[in-house]
Design a binder for this molecule. Structure first.
Ligand SMILES: NC(=O)c1ccc[n+]([C@@H]2O[C@H](COP(=O)([O-])OP(=O)(O)OC[C@H]3O[C@@H](n4cnc5c(N)ncnc54)[C@H](O)[C@@H]3O)[C@@H](O)[C@H]2O)c1
Length: 381
């Protein structure tokens, strides 16, 4: 794994997050590309990365680079992922995989054709206690799953003065809160249970049909601290929040509430998965504990501890019990799974990271959710 060399595209919130996580694994980040030379230079200098690329073509031509991470805005994922695969390099793309299911379908086919590793960074599935929940469900400890409910809520787009490229459909996709954070939740519960969402009924809401766009760009999550002087009005057609009723392929029911406008909830993904034996509840704002609900004895609260985790989960825990792990660790573990897969060189192995197929399914779900909202009826996925 330590011999693999990687380039990062994008130098905003995610570019440095990917770089730090890769370094913790010993992967060599040899170059970075920003939107222009100045951003490439600044990122390379502040992160101590040897090469500051001048263009995307320079990355594709760099023979030293075997893997490319895409951390650019969503609209660039499709053309960039396609070009990276065609250049013969493995690709790890940020979520969502692309803007439409036509694009994601094409990427799935191309990844298969090239035989290269192609992953989507649904990093949240790698919180150790979520992997533990997966083990508990898939070994039958939770029993037959009959309901899956939860939410993913944030507050950084609460005000009409809050702005980021994500609010524009042409930059981020036709569904925003669902695509940006709802897909993390859907990936999470489907990965834990091994079930698939097969029908949806959605009710989405736009709180601010007009937002005030600052003149100049706004860094992700920086709205509260950035001093904004002049703004211009911009029409918004992407949802700030919404509900989705769900049906799973085993007949289980569920619901998801997504919001980027819930005051005080900074980055809060919660799920409650109920089976015939136990129920499992987890909250990303307290990620080092999971609640196990019992019917006939006292409930349990398990703390993250490699000594208590199952064998399958232990390799994804970096620190002893009582030493908290959080969001950046989930990137490290997501990349660990991806790079182990590359290093093992066995395409028949089952990937633990989210594959392009899974990334495609998420975009198909987004489209079904939007259709359901527009047509006010259940949609079969
Ligand atoms: N997995 C997660 O938890 C998570 C969290 C946040 C964002 N994301 C995803 O990561 C991606 C990036 O989001 P972000 O919050 O980092 O956005 P951001 O706006 O902070 O960063 C985007 C970066 O891409 C650069 N860029 C734009 N066009 C480019 C081009 N043509 N070539 C090279 N660089 C270019 C921008 O200058 C900026 O540096 C999105 O797809 C988003 O959905 C994932």
């Amino acid at each position: 794994m330590q011999n693999i060399k990687t380039a990062i595209i994008g130098a905003g919130f995610m570019g440095p997050a990917h770089t730090e996580a890769l370094r913790r694994l010993g992967v060599q980040v040899v170059g970075i590309l920003g939107v222009d030379q100045a951003e490439s230079d600044k990122a390379a200098e502040s992160l101590g990365i040897p090469k500051a690329y001048a263009s995307f073509e320079d990355v594709l031509k760099d023979k030293e680079v075997q893997v490319v991470h895409l951390t650019t805005p969503n609209k660039l994922h499709f053309p960039m992922a396609k070009a990276v695969l065609k250049a013969g390099k493995h690709v790890l793309c940020e979520k969502p995989l692309a803007m439409t299911s036509a694009e994601t379908k094409e990427l799935v086919a191309l990844a298969k054709e090239t035989g290269l590793a192609a992953g989507v960074n649904y990093n949240m599935r790698f919180y150790p206690l979520c992997l533990q929940a997966k083990d508990m469900v898939q070994t039958g400890e939770a029993g037959e799953i009959h309901s899956i409910v939860g939410s993913y809520v944030q507050d950084w787009l609460l005000k009409d003065t809050d702005y980021n490229w994500r609010v524009l459909a042409e930059e981020g996709g036709a569904v925003r809160a669902i695509g940006d954070i709802g897909t993390h939740w859907m990936d999470m519960v489907q990965n834990i249970t091994g079930l698939k969402i097969v029908e949806v009924l959605a009710d989405l809401k736009i709180l601010h049909p007009v937002r005030k766009r600052p003149k100049g760009e706004v860094e992700t999550f920086s709205g509260k601290v950035q001093d904004i002087q002049a703004t211009e009005n911009v029409d918004i057609i992407t949802e700030d929040c919404g509900s989705v009723l769900l049906r799973f392929n085993n007949g289980a029911s569920g619901n998801l509430w997504v919001s980027q406008a819930t005051a005080g909830r900074k980055n809060c993904l919660r799920y409650e998965i109920s089976g015939s034996k136990t129920a499992l509840y987890w909250d990303s704002e307290s990620p080092n504990e999971i609640w196990v609900g019992q019917r006939d004895k006292a409930n349990e609260r398990m703390l993250k501890d490699p000594g208590l985790a199952s064998d399958a989960v232990r390799p994804y825990i970096g620190y002893p019990g009582g030493h908290n792990e959080g969001y950046p660790d989930s990137f490290k573990q997501s990349f660990r799974a991806f790079y182990h897969f590359i290093a093992a060189g066995d395409p028949s192995a089952t990937p633990q990271f989210a594959t392009f197929e899974e990334g495609h399914h998420e975009v198909v779900l987004c489209e079904a959710i939007l259709k359901s909202h527009k047509e006010k009826k259940w949609i079969t996925v």
